[in-house]
Design a protein around this ligand. Sequence first.
Ligand code: GDP
Length: 139
Amino acid sequence: MSQTLAIIKPDAVGSGKAGKILAHLEDVGFTVKALRLTTLSREQAGAFYAVHEGRPFYDELVHFMMSGPVIPMVLEADDAVARLRETIGATDPAEAAEGTVRKLYAESKGRNAIHASDSDENAAQEIAFFFSRHERLGL
Ligand code: GDP
């Protein structure tokens, strides 16, 4: 078993799709190990996406991520990182495979419903960004 981080983004929380997305993730086999609803500050949103600083969409991305509540969660499964990336689909919903979370629930490439860590290393960092050791491991 391994862990990854998902965030249900402000577009999906704001349009009442969080429950459907969570059910989808559970249905494909993820176990929710930690979860909360929070609203990111500019500093938090900027820090979380610091890897994209300087890209043309960075300011829009930070503004979007602080525009309303988000639901970060730790998900556990075999090969969790790869499995969640497959479950959410391509960044742009127009290019996402049928049945993926982004195909089903995303509005656009920017407002794309869900974040998922893209490597085990980033998953560990991103989980620690939102959750204490006690929250993520139950210890
Ligand atoms: P992801 O790993 O599939 O989320 O995609 P990336 O790591 O490439 O980008 C991070 C996030 O930045 C995406 O999920 C989008 O919300 C946003 N993003 C990426 N490319 C664009 C773009 O061209 N325009 C806008 N507005 N947002 C983008």
